[in-house]
Design a protein around this ligand. Structure first.
Ligand code: CDT
Length: 300
């Protein structure tokens, strides 16, 4: 049986003034614990090197770009890559990417257990708005600071499994998972930053965690894969962020769940036989899908 011990490495709040090095040190502490618990692969949150900066309207792009990375690994993140290689632990890391030709993306990378970058994903579904909306208690300016990802939804064969990546709002869209599971994805990793309040319309607060569980569990089931969903949690710069990091298995059930709103390692054994069982039976796509009726999904 193929079993991979994996973890969601939830992070508590990151203050605006907190340095990259401090964030990386927190991650290395979790990686140390991961090693002692036999973890071989771990998932850090979206934009894990800084505070969730789209909550602020900034006119000056020089200021905006202080939150972006121009290369990877950077000087500050290199120790994380070195520890990953030393301890044989692969990881997913979210960060803001500024390319050489000036493009801005909300990005994640897949790093193997030798500390080498093997995959890159750029967030496709950007939530929020692009202009300053002063009536809101805080902003959600992802549409201003990022361009939609241009890499699609690739998968990677690495570390004994077929891996896919997504970022935060992507998890609410069924096409995200289906695009990857059509390529055989067995483990889908995603990091998120979700405020515990909807500032665009009234929504009871309990729905924020409910919807998080709902989409992750349903998507794991409908695509017969594991989903590792990792939060940035707690009160960050005065804004409450949901935690509830979870690992969902192909049955749709939750196999591990965070209990705090702080840095916390959420560990589970991923049984890839369960993935294959679903892919060969109820969700055998080649046998059961009826694509002649699905055209509208991509044509409008
Ligand atoms: N980071 C991110 O994508 N957050 C969104 C918040 C939606 S409210 C504009 C999410 O889907 O959780």
């Amino acid at each position: 049986a193929r079993i991979i011990t994996a973890a969601a490495a939830q992070m508590g709040p990151i203050a605006r003034a907190e340095s990259r090095t401090s964030c990386v040190n927190r991650m290395i502490e979790m990686m140390r614990e991961a090693k002692s618990r036999g973890v071989r692969y771990m998932v850090f949150p979206e934009l894990a090197l800084t505070t969730f900066f789209p909550r602020w309207y900034m006119e000056d792009w020089k200021e905006v770009e202080t939150f972006f990375e121009r290369t990877m690994p950077t000087k500050e993140t290199l120790p994380l890559f070195e520890k990953a290689a030393e301890w044989g632990i692969g990881f997913y890391l979210g960060y803001a990417e500024l390319t050489e030709d000036g493009h801005h993306y909300n990005t994640s990378i897949l790093v193997n257990d030798k500390g080498r970058i093997v995959g890159k994903y750029r967030k496709v579904h950007l939530p929020g708005h692009s202009e300053h909306e002063p009536h809101r208690p805080w902003q959600h300016l992802e549409k201003r600071y990022f361009e939609p990802g241009d890499l699609g939804f690739p998968v990677w064969r690495t570390m004994g499994a077929i891996h896919g990546m997504a970022i935060c709002n992507d998890r609410r869209w069924p096409e995200t998972y289906r695009s990857m599971s059509l390529q055989g994805a067995e483990i889908i990793s995603l990091g998120y930053n979700t405020p515990d309040e909807n500032t665009s319309a009234f929504e009871p607060k309990h729905l924020r965690n409910f919807h998080n569980d709902l989409v992750v569990q349903a998507s794991a089931y409908q695509n017969s894969c594991y989903v590792i969903a990792t939060a940035k949690a707690g009160i960050e710069e005065g804004v409450g962020m949901i935690g509830g990091s979870l690992i969902a298995q192909p049955s749709g059930e939750i196999v591990a769940k965070a209990q705090t709103l702080e840095d916390e390692l959420v560990v589970a054994d991923l049984r890839l036989d369960l993935v294959q069982m679903g892919k060969e039976t109820v969700f055998n796509f080649a046998k059961h899908r009826r694509i002649e009726h699905y055209g509208r999904i991509t044509s409008q």
